[in-house]
Design a protein around this ligand. Structure first.
Ligand SMILES: *Cc1c(COP(=O)(O)O)cnc(C)c1O
Length: 433
């Protein structure tokens, strides 16, 4: 808008970051217009699926109400299970605020279906860090699957980050659970496309029809138009303070898949015989319904923030993942910034661009379980919610920062620009003319 001959909007932009950086950002957005168009196409398909599920299950005001006590006949809780099952093309689902985290939902699913003497085989290498103590790979083994007599085996990914199909074919027979992690997590391997998960599921079921194909779907929901359970996975698990909660769920997780395994997981979450029939929703239904409704849009914003940041940092001279042409299958970005100082500058910028605690100064700290210091940036409405813009970087080789989230595209973009400016101000990265 022009007032007294001054372009007020332009002044505001330049106030935020340098005009050179702002111009570069505009160029980057033009360069990746085709990627954005593809993200919007996926978003539209997913929003249609979600709206259709609300219509077909006749969700009404009554579903949004609170229940207390045992929570018998909680229509809202049951309706939410139906919605998730439909949207994920699953037979059934267990969607609860009572899951304290993604790790808890994964744990409930594993303990729900595994019995002493069974074998669990991970076919995508080492699982997410927090699963190590659950399986019994680290820690004191108190209460782990190992302590309960569940055996564990791990197939490594090939050098290019793809699954070893030959090894799967040789080793999967007789395993109770074949475990797949879709997201790259905090590694530099690529996220597994749903099409590859489909190939794995087909192979596993051919060689070993009784084996349960279970997918850790954290960070993956709504990044594509189909989910692992649409293409052969028997069980799929995720967190509601990541993608599937749309930034609105205050806590919780979900398990979706074959009815038989959902029942076993529900028996583990509550108790045998009671399963899904109990559990007061304690006023969380409305946020979880709205969260699912918003999730495809929020995930699309996060994926756009990722695409924008990879391209922007490439222009500034830094490598990033996912690389051009890679199929996107999670919301995570890894940027290789080259030094500890650059990582710190980046995280300070992200923190300063957060809606909550923007004035806080993040410090590297000795995180339990890590050899080197780690710096994190997050200023979120929901504590620890990584569907909101956030970044983590261990201060060691390969000096990479993992960035994820963005409730809206433009606020995410601002955060990333502040991170870039913070680096440029300290001499990291240059804008080539
Ligand atoms: C986040 C995440 C989990 C679970 O983590 P929580 O912090 O317990 O929610 C598991 N696997 C992957 C790949 C994740 O990204």
């Amino acid at each position: 808008m022009n007032i007294d001959g001054k372009d007020i909007d332009k002044m505001r932009e330049i106030d935020f970051v340098s005009s050179e950086l702002w111009q570069l950002a505009e160029q980057v957005e033009t360069d990746i217009a085709d990627e954005f168009a593809e993200i919007h196409r996926i978003q539209q398909t997913n929003e249609q699926k979600v709206l259709q599920a609300f219509r077909s299950h006749r969700i009404s005001e009554g579903h949004l109400m609170e229940t207390t006590g045992y929570g018998y006949h909680d229509r809202g809780r049951d309706g939410l299970d139906h919605l998730f099952a439909e949207v994920f093309d699953a037979e059934d689902a267990l969607v609860r605020p009572h899951f304290v985290s993604g790790t808890h939902a994964l744990t409930v699913a594993l303990f729900g279906v595994l019995r002493p003497g069974d074998r669990l085989i991970s076919i995508t290498g080492a699982p997410y860090d927090t699963m190590e103590e659950v399986i019994g790979l680290s820690g004191n083994n108190n209460g782990s699957l190992k302590e309960f007599g569940v055996r564990y085996e791990q197939l490594e990914l090939l050098k290019d980050g793809t699954p070893d199909f030959a090894a799967i074919e040789q080793r999967v027979a007789g395993a109770k659970v074949a475990y797949i992690q879709r997201s790259r997590g905090y590694s530099l391997r690529p996220a597994l496309p749903v099409s590859v998960i489909s190939r794995i599921a087909t192979l596993v079921h051919r060689v070993s029809p009784e084996t349960i194909v279970m997918v850790d779907n954290c960070y993956g929901e709504f990044v594509d138009t189909v989910e692992p359970t649409s293409v052969g996975a028997d069980l799929m698990v995720g967190s509601l303070i990541k993608n599937a909660g749309g930034g609105l769920a205050k806590s919780g997780g979900y398990i979706a898949g074959k009815k038989r395994w959902i029942e076993q997981a529900a028996y583990r979450l509550t108790s045998p015989g009671m399963g899904k029939e109990v559990g007061a929703s304690l006023g969380q239904n409305r946020a979880m319904y709205m969260g699912l409704f918003f999730a495809p849009s929020v995930v699309a914003s996060s994926v756009k923030v990722s695409a924008f940041s990879v391209k922007l940092f490439e222009q500034l001279g830094f490598g990033g993942y996912p690389q051009k042409g890679e199929v996107r299958s999670d919301i995570i970005t890894a940027l290789q910034l080259g030094s500890a100082e650059a990582l710190i500058a980046f995280c300070e910028g992200i923190q300063s661009g957060s809606p909550i605690d923007s004035y806080v100064h993040p410090e590297p700290w000795e995180m339990p379980g890590y050899q080197e210091k780690v710096i994190m940036a997050a200023g979120t409405f929901t504590s620890g919610a990584s569907i909101e813009l956030s970044a983590d970087a261990p201060l060691k080789e390969p000096y990479a920062v993992w960035l994820q989230g963005g409730l809206t595209y433009y606020t995410g973009k601002m955060g990333v620009l502040l991170a870039a400016q913070s680096m440029i101000d300290r001499g990291f990265g240059t804008i080539s003319k």
